[in-house]
Write a protein that binds this ligand. Structure first.
Ligand code: FRU
Length: 493
């Protein structure tokens, strides 16, 4: 049964639709108001479904709802009515992040964190986070009468009941469901708890899948856990990261652990760790398994620490990344743009083995909605860097620098029209492959996503420079030999 709060949200979003021309062209963005984490990314009843953390009434975080979009190809998305509102006692403070799976009987199951406030005996207010369900048909969803189904009070005593959130469900080959949830043990660090279920409704605690032990930040938010190319992968978003030179940045970060899983004991042993993305704006990724067996990831294209960089006086805030195909190569996570992006490419332009000297522009190499691949020769170039200014006009630009001395890529939006003092620059090391550095750049109206060396490293950054700033220029201190392949990406009207 629909509640007043849910109807209010649906009416509000219908009446306050933001014009498409003011929003990203092919990245999912808040329908109106505020968006954070992707939730319930799934393939159900012939379509991709994506839900997200949503506060329709303001462009700031508030009581969390779940908004809903669907797609045939993860590129063209359509809005659906909001599915969850914080309308029960157990989720009155918000329907926090979670996931979706198809039940054996064909229904769509959502699992989310219901957050309620609770008064302690000494008068303090504490949050309680419990896992809850809603069942639906791809359009409307009913909260389960027996919610919550996994409660903090049933956890071992040393597990936090306050930080217990973001359930991500997976399915083993034999049909058993498993679920990973972020939690905090007594040392204040993070840990991932593992649960199992035969039917999706009754859940049993299995084990601590892995403990952070204060190595990578503190609390681990939004875990995802799946098998890929013979390894098991844990993706999570740690809070309070400490910077580590050449690897991790401080603040809200992302972590990928590649390792092995012992299902019998419910333990994960990691072999390698890496940040998922080296740019400024990337958090809380979640994956789906496509019908043709690809593991595809989408993330909130934002960082909690930089939310004050935004378009002034606009009615929406928050975007998702482009969905990315994942694979494992030499024990490392590789990400490439979802191949369906190719369906919106037009106007191919190629420059083969051109020599860039000083300051240059190339005819046709411009635009704010593009897919462009550069291959830069590390052998024959005499320049020590190649600077690419994108989203450029007479006042503004975003710098993408390939530093050929240090084998480093830098993204810097200091001069992109930012009026707040936030993180505007990030760097990342890259190994020159076969005497060249390759960089694929996907730009939409308000973002730049970089995929280096066929997806070995990625850097994701939002830019809110006026859309008319669409020039691209190249600069070097010597000579740089490179090839460019560039397409326009057709923006949805
Ligand atoms: C991560 C997060 C989640 C939580 C949600 C609340 O960005 O803090 O842990 O479920 O956002 O909106």
């Amino acid at each position: 049964m629909s509640s007043e709060k849910l109807e209010q949200a649906i009416n509000y979003e219908n009446e306050n639709a933001v014009e498409k021309t003011k929003k990203p062209g092919f990245h999912v963005a808040a329908r109106t108001g505020w968006m954070n984490d992707p939730n319930g990314f799934s393939f159900y009843d012939g379509k991709y479904h994506l839900f997200y953390q949503y506060h329709p009434y303001e462009t700031q975080w508030g009581p969390m709802h779940w908004a809903h979009v669907i797609s045939d190809d993860c590129i063209h998305w359509s809005n659906m009515p909001t599915v969850l509102a914080p309308d029960k006692e157990y989720d009155s403070f918000g329907c926090f992040s979670g996931s979706a799976v198809t039940l054996a009987d064909g229904r769509h199951l959502l699992m989310y964190t219901g957050v309620a406030k609770h008064q302690t005996a000494d008068g303090r207010e504490l949050e309680l986070q419990n896992q809850c369900l809603a069942v639906g048909d791809g359009v409307t969803y009913e909260k389960y009468e027996q919610n919550p189904v996994i409660e903090g009070k049933d956890l071992p005593a040393w597990c936090s009941k306050v930080d217990f959130r973001d359930p991500k469900i997976g399915v083993y080959e034999d049909g058993t469901y498993y679920c990973v949830v972020g939690n905090r043990p007594a040392d204040g660090s993070g840990q991932i708890l593992l649960f199992e279920s035969q039917n999706g409704f009754q859940w049993n605690y299995k084990n601590v899948l892995i403990r952070n032990q204060n190595r990578f930040g503190k609390m681990w938010e939004c875990p995802d856990f799946f098998e890929l190319d013979g390894k098991w992968i844990l993706l999570t978003s740690p809070q309070d990261m400490l910077a580590e030179a050449g690897k991790y940045s401080s603040g809200n970060g992302t972590l990928c652990l590649v390792g092995n899983y012992n299902r019998e004991n419910g333990t994960f042993s990691e072999e390698k760790d890496q940040p998922i993305d080296f740019g400024i704006d990337f958090y809380a990724p979640q994956t789906v398994l496509t019908p043709d067996g690809r593991r595809v990831m989408i993330a909130w294209m934002q960082n909690w620490d930089t939310c004050s960089y935004r378009i002034a006086n606009t009615e929406w805030f928050g975007q998702m990344t482009l969905p990315r195909e994942l694979s494992v190569k030499n024990g490392k996570l590789i990400q490439t743009p979802i191949r369906e992006i190719e369906s919106i490419r037009t106007n191919k332009i190629v420059y083969e083995n051109v020599c860039c000297k000083g300051d240059m522009q190339y005819e046709g190499i411009q635009g704010r909605s593009i897919d462009m691949e550069l291959s830069v020769s590390t052998q024959t170039s005499t320049g020590t860097y190649l600077d690419i200014h994108v989203a450029e006009d007479s006042k503004n630009y975003t710098l993408v620098r390939i530093d050929l001395l240090r084998n480093e890529v830098e993204v810097n939006r200091e001069y992109a029209g930012v009026v707040r003092s936030v993180v505007n620059q990030r760097k990342c090391k890259i190994d020159p492959m076969q005497k060249q550095i390759k960089m694929r750049m996907i730009m939409d109206r308000y973002s730049v996503e970089l995929f280096m060396n066929d997806g070995e490293k990625t850097m994701t950054t939002t830019i809110y420079t006026d859309e008319k700033a669409d020039q691209i220029s190249f600069h070097t201190d010597g000579e740089v030999e490179m090839s460019i392949i560039k397409y326009d990406l057709e923006i949805q009207k």
